[in-house]
Structure formats: structure tokens, C-alpha cells
Design a protein around this ligand. Structure first.
Ligand SMILES: Cc1ncc(COP(=O)(O)O)c(C=O)c1O
Length: 404
């Protein structure tokens, strides 16, 4: 008689599942500054519904077909037109592949370029979703310090020289040049130019993750690395998550056609939903500019509410970024405060955030945390920062003040 012992799945998991980084479980509290969810109050239900109905009545039966690796033309043409209108660059739809969110693009970058043990250069603090996607292919990371203007190019020279001395050639440099997640910095034009000069000189591939290029609240957008490249050494990723909604799960990769063809080798999902990509393209055809105006107004007000609340409650206790775009503020507490340990008290008080070490494969940033201002209303943001400040101040007297 076989025993009724439950099957032990641990005996059969593949290596990739074992080395992968699990998602941090979400903790439900009234003041959630941890989630990357975009604003939900402005979701365009009516306009997206109307566009979807129009699209279905016109071309519904075509949805009977598989969309193919590049996905449906409508979204690719829309992005091509958007890049022309907003950035003045000509990118033909043949260079644009639609993906299941830019996260799938990150995974495809990993699958296309990283063998286990390869070196990849990232910014000192890096979006955890990227670490999860890349981690699946087991790279080694070299990190490069950043400041308010993004990657410090002289430091990158040092990293490249150090790797060369060890006989290592990095596979690529991954950067979030616009509104870096988590630090919020926008890489300045001189830095971008210097970075591209160096990358072209050293034959370095750049992966430009442009999740936030549309969300700049003050000042002018800066020319993309893709547009600055003279040698086609930039693969650029974008997403509809921030300009339409994260739930539509649509993003894109821009790369030379032969590179897209190689990436398609790992895109074995039957193609990204033609239903959502056609519906979103139909909606944005008419509403893109109005949608952007709405979002920029809403997010600017939320960012300002958070900055004001930080000033009111944490001035002199913490230091923080003043991002001119994106969805996040990066906060530095006095050395010695461990924001992972502090989470327990924060949760008990009803507030949460992402601890700094989540953004560093080297475990740096123990005294830092990232706050998202995207999801909660300005009123909730003000209240929540008050709660967070009380939690911080309860431990702060035990620690040294902030370094100047
Ligand atoms: C820098 C960066 N890249 C990619 C993503 C993932 O976006 P998507 O929803 O398109 O997968 C995010 C989401 O927060 C992000 O911050």
C-alpha cells in the first residue's frame, strides 16, 4: 500500500526556481508606501471601455488568430508615432516588440545576454524587479555609484578598469536614466553624453529602462541614451503600466531587428495579448495627450504633498531626494537605523515602505527606504508620513544624527 504522505515538491524544483528571488509579500496596512501601483483614481474606465468596444466591433474576429512574437501592429505603430511626437526620433515599428509588461522585456534581456556567472553592471541601487528578472539567469553584479545627475562616469571607468584587470568583460550596463528607481535622479545630458562616449569607446551594450520618461513634472525631458547612440548599442525598454495602468501588462522593447529576433527565441508565450494591445492602442490614439496631462497633474500634487509632509515631520532627522519625476522618494535615515528591522514597528503603526537593502545585491542601504507617492491620495500621504515620522523618531534618539 502506498503511504498517504503528500508529494514533496522540494525534491523536483529546477535550479532556476531555487536561485530566483521570491517577491516580497505585500503587507496590508492603511498607509502603503511600498507598492509601485500607479494611481487608481484616474483609471479611464469609460474611455477605455468605449475604445475596446469600437476595436472589437471593427476587428473582433481577428482576435481568433495568434498575435505572433512582435504582437499586433496597432500598439507598435502607436509607440513609433509617440516617440516621433514626444522625442522627435524615428523608430520604425519593425524595431519595436510588444511585451507582457516591461518586466517580460527585462527577462528577455536576461535570457538573451546573461549566462550564469556573467558580469552585469547596474546602478548602486537598482529596481528589485530587475534584480529578480536578471537573477533568474544568475549574473554577478558590479555596481556603479550615482549622484543627483545619475551614474558617475569616472566611477564607471574605474569599474570597467577593475573588471578588465580581472579579465572580465561585462555583458552590459543596465540603467534607469529617467527618474531612477529608487533614487529618483534624472541623468543629466552631459552625463548621458559622457556615458555614451565611454560605452562606444569600450564597446559596451547599454540597456536603457525607460519606465518613467513620460512622468517628468518639472523641466524638460533629457534626450534618451537610445537617441544619443551612434553605434546602435542601446536596447531600450518602455511600459504602458505608468501611462495607462499596470494591470494591462503591456510594455515594449526597442532594438535592432536581428536582436529582437534573437530575443524572440525566449518569448514562447504565443505573443503578447492582441486584445489588450489593440484596445490600449485604440484608446491612446485619441486620449494620450489628455491622459498625460491628467497624470502629470495628479502625480505632481502627490509628490508635492509627500515632500511637504517630509519637511513638516522629518526635517533634521532624515534626508530625502526631491525627484523631478517618477513615483518614488528615496529617504536616508541616520546611520545605525536599520529600515528592515524598523518595518515591524512601522507595520504595527499602520505604515509600510521598501527597505533600502531590497535595492542592493550587495546589501547596501540599510539606513535607507523608498516611499511611493503614486498610490495613496495626498491626504493619506500626509497622514501616513506623520505616522512614519513617529515610528522613526521613536528610535532616532538612540542613534547619531544625520551626517551633514
Ligand atoms: C524601472 C522599472 N522598470 C520596469 C518596471 C516594470 O514595469 P511593467 O509593469 O511594465 O512590467 C518598473 C515598475 O515599477 C520599474 O520601476
Amino acid at each position: 500500500m502506498p503511504t498517504a504522505q503528500p508529494f514533496d515538491y522540494d525534491t523536483v524544483y529546477a535550479r532556476k526556481v531555487r536561485v530566483g528571488i521570491p517577491r516580497t509579500p505585500r503587507v496590508v496596512v492603511p498607509y502603503d508606501f511600498a507598492v509601485g501601483h500607479p494611481d487608481a483614481s484616474t483609471f479611464p474606465s469609460q474611455a477605455l471601455g468605449d475604445a475596446t468596444a469600437r476595436m472589437l466591433l471593427r476587428e473582433g474576429p481577428e482576435l481568433a488568430l495568434y498575435p505572433g512574437d512582435m504582437s499586433h501592429d496597432a500598439a507598435r505603430h502607436l509607440i513609433s508615432r509617440k516617440l516621433k511626437a514626444h522625442e522627435g526620433i524615428d523608430i520604425p515599428p519593425s524595431r519595436i516588440m510588444i511585451t507582457n509588461g516591461s518586466t517580460q522585456g527585462l527577462l528577455m534581456v536576461a535570457e538573451a545576454f546573461i549566462n550564469a556567472g556573467d558580469t552585469v553592471i547596474i546602478e548602486e541601487f537598482c529596481y528589485p524587479g530587475t534584480l529578480r528578472a536578471f537573477g533568474y539567469c544568475e549574473p554577478r553584479y558590479a555596481t556603479v555609484p550615482t549622484d543627483d545627475e545619475g551614474i558617475i562616469v569616472d566611477e564607471l571607468v574605474r569599474v570597467l578598469d577593475r573588471l578588465a584587470a580581472q579579465g572580465l568583460t561585462p555583458k552590459f550596463l543596465y540603467t534607469i536614466a529617467n527618474c531612477q528607481n529608487p533614487t529618483g535622479s534624472v541623468m543629466s545630458l552631459p552625463r548621458r553624453q559622457a556615458l555614451m562616449r565611454l560605452a562606444e569607446e569600450r564597446r559596451l551594450l547599454i540597456i536603457e529602462d525607460d519606465a518613467y520618461g513620460d512622468l517628468i513634472y518639472d523641466g524638460e525631458p533629457v534626450t534618451s541614451l537610445y537617441a544619443l547612440s551612434q553605434t546602435d548599442n542601446v536596447v531600450r525598454l518602455g511600459t504602458f503600466s505608468k501611462i495607462v495602468a499596470a494591470g494591462v501588462r503591456l510594455g515594449w522593447i526597442i532594438a535592432p531587428e536581428p536582436v529582437l529576433a534573437k530575443m524572440a527565441v525566449s518569448k514562447i508565450d504565443g505573443g503578447t495579448s492582441a486584445f489588450t494591445s489593440r484596445a490600449v492602442a485604440e484608446y491612446l490614439k485619441e486620449h494620450l495627450d489628455a491622459r498625460m496631462d491628467t497624470l502629470l497633474g495628479v502625480y505632481r500634487a502627490k509628490r508635492d504633498a509627500m515632500l511637504e509632509a517630509l519637511e513638516e515631520h522629518l526635517a533634521g532627522v532624515a534626508a530625502w531626494s526631491r525627484p523631478r519625476g517618477g513615483l518614488f522618494i528615496w529617504v536616508r535615515l541616520p546611520n545605525g537605523i536599520d529600515t528592515t528591522k524598523l518595518l515591524e514597528a512601522a507595520h504595527a503603526a499602520g505604515v509600510t515602505y521598501l527597505p533600502g537593502t531590497n535595492f542592493s545585491p550587495e546589501g547596501k542601504g540599510a539606513n535607507c527606504l523608498r516611499l511611493s507617492f503614486a498610490y495613496l491620495s495626498p491626504e493619506k500621504i500626509r497622514e501616513g508620513i506623520g505616522v512614519l515620522a513617529r515610528v522613526v523618531k521613536a528610535v532616532q534618539p538612540l542613534h547619531a544624527p544625520l551626517p551633514a
